[in-house]
Design a protein. Sequence first.
Length: 286
Amino acid sequence: MSAPVPPEPSDANPNQPGFGPEYGAPSTPGAGNVAPAPAAPPKKRGKGKFIAAGCGCLAILAIGIGGCTALVAGGGDDPDPTPSVEAPADPSEDTTPEDEAPAEEEGPAEDEAPAEEEAPAEEAPAEDDAADSDVPQDHKSALEQAKTYSDVMHMSKQGIYDQLVSEYGGQFSEEAAQYAIDNVEADWNNNALESAKVYSDTMHMSKQGIYDQLISEYGDQFTEAEAQYAIDNIDADWKQNALESARVYQDEMNMSPEAIRDQLTSEYGDQFTQEEADWAIENLDS
């Protein structure tokens, strides 16, 4: 007769007679007592559900990380941006168009300013060059000499002309000399004054003597008006000039005081006034 099969551990009833104590308790040997098979440890309910929930969370987390990574790689653009809500305007603030400064009208730029028309004077040199090209070379040379006679030697207009055509001077043609006189820039009054200063300072001539020398056809050949301008504007000490001339007559020509007096006042001599000559003789030995 076979031994009875013990019930499954899950169906075991600890209160049923003939079975031993609960799992883990010491068995008591005795008649009819058979040691039961060790019972399986009780199952922990709900463990599988927690594992499944955890796996789901991990999957969701992985999807979220992947989405963030895609956004970063794509430049951070939000495919569905939430429109920003503007704050309501403060009614205390006045936003009427009057507060806005009117735009300044832009004037024409300096670079865009219309170019000014060139003055006719600026075109004159080109015309002068064209006219100058038609002037013969000897006329140009005569003009250059005339400038020198005027600026350096302070000669008169007639004196320059005579010098240009003279066989002992420039030997230019009358046409070339006349071209020079017509085109030279000179102040003839000033030339007469400068010549008068030379006669007074170096030759110690009298007022009348200088005037005669300026207008003489054998002298400077200034006009009477130019000579008078020189006499009226020269700064000279005529008495001192008379004394200097008297000393020359005494020291170099050994003339007597009376002869010197006559020479100083003679119309063919120095033409000083009688007063100027007397003052010179009185101071001759001083």
